[in-house]
Design a protein around this ligand. Structure first.
Ligand SMILES: Nc1ncnc2c1ncn2[C@@H]1O[C@H](COP(=O)(O)OP(=O)(O)OP(=O)(O)O)[C@@H](O)[C@H]1O
Ligand SMILES: [Mg+2]
Length: 313
């Protein structure tokens, strides 16, 4: 089986809670769902572990509050490649309101020094050779510019590993220039990349085709409850998840999808089966407050309801 590494450059603790409606400027009582060591790459790794895939995790962690991360890595068996840096890993607040809108309050985290970055680039380019797939997920910490990030992605690609990129904003825009092997922007991230709104499926496909044309082998556009599109050399697949009656939190739906895609790829499932599986894992994620699949049998009823279609481009 292939070896998988996920990279989280801007790790975070997620403080997740729920309340009917946020009243701005008022005191709000929040139902606490938990404080989880997180960050997108770590979320992807957690789901992959649940799915039985061996994973290593890397990136940066603040040395002052590293405890819960180390505990998690030990508890679930994630190989720890994280570089410790001065300071604390940030805490992000995620509040789900009754209508299932999630408000994210993302704080700034540790500051990466030029020395930290140089060390990271050198070490990661060496250890990445032990892996077949590297998923690079989430935002950039202070001190790492989008251009530096894209340079590093390019070097990773040159080593010959399959680079999966799931990021946003300038990190995504620059990172896409490095032509990763697989990307999974959501609908809004694709709009930000192309610079205008995309209101129909054909517009979304046309934008995604531009990414394919520039040299990205696999372009997956996720569209929340509307499912996703996967453009590859095999054409265009469309996935529709079942309607989820009990949406607890959409936090981590995208990360769960990336994990499901990687699962299919490392197990060499056909493309349509991979997308079907990834759709089920991501649809399952919205029914819970945190990411993960505690029991694989929970996916079966969802899998049966996922619809996959080949469509004309
Ligand atoms: N309400 C929902 N019902 C069913 N499936 C959903 C729902 N929301 C998301 N999904 C599934 O999760 C996938 C990814 O969701 P989405 O497009 O919201 O990702 P994202 O915006 O990248 O999420 P994240 O916040 O984790 O980065 C969708 O393609 C779909 O398969
Ligand atoms: Mg996302």
């Amino acid at each position: 089986m292939s070896k998988v590494l996920t990279i989280t450059l801007n790790a975070a603790y997620d403080l997740v809670g729920r309340l009917a409606r946020i009243e701005l400027g008022e005191v709000n009582q929040v139902e606490t769902l938990g404080l989880f060591p997180a960050g997108k790459g770590i979320n992807v790794a957690k789901v992959l572990r649940d799915l039985g895939v061996d994973v290593a995790v890397g990136g940066f962690l603040g040395q002052d509050n590293v405890g819960d991360f180390e505990h998690l890595f030990q508890q679930i068996g994630l190989q720890d490649r994280f570089q410790r840096v001065e300071g604390k890993t940030r805490i992000n607040v995620k509040i789900t309101e009754t209508e299932a809108d999630v408000t994210d309050l993302n704080f700034l985290g540790y500051q990466i020094t030029p020395q930290d970055w140089a060390e990271f680039v050198e070490k990661s380019l060496a250890y990445c050779q032990q892996f077949d797939i590297i998923a690079v997920c989430g935002s950039l910490p202070r001190g790492v510019s989008p251009v530096q990030f894209a340079d590093w992605l390019r070097q990773l690609g040159n080593v010959g590993v399959k680079v999966v990129l799931d990021s946003s904003n300038a990190a995504l825009t620059e990172g896409l220039k490095a032509n990763p092997w697989l990307v999974k922007p959501n609908h809004r991230e694709l709009e930000a990349w192309i610079g205008h709104s995309l209101s129909s499926q054909s517009e979304i496909i046309a934008a995604a085709q531009k990414l394919r044309a520039q040299g990205i082998a696999n372009v997956i556009i996720s569209m929340g409850a509307q499912g996703s599109l996967w453009l590859s050399e095999q054409g265009i697949l469309q996935a529709q998840p079942p309607k989820c009656e009990n949406v607890v939190s959409t936090v981590g739906a995208g990360d769960s999808m990336v994990a499901g895609l990687i699962y299919g790829i490392v197990n060499q499932l056909p493309t349509a089966k991979t997308l079907e599986f990834a759709t089920a894992v991501s649809a399952f994620a919205v029914s819970q407050s945190n990411v993960g699949v505690p029991d694989l049998r929970l996916l079966d009823p969802i899998l049966q309801q996922v619809k996959i279609n080949q469509i004309e481009g």
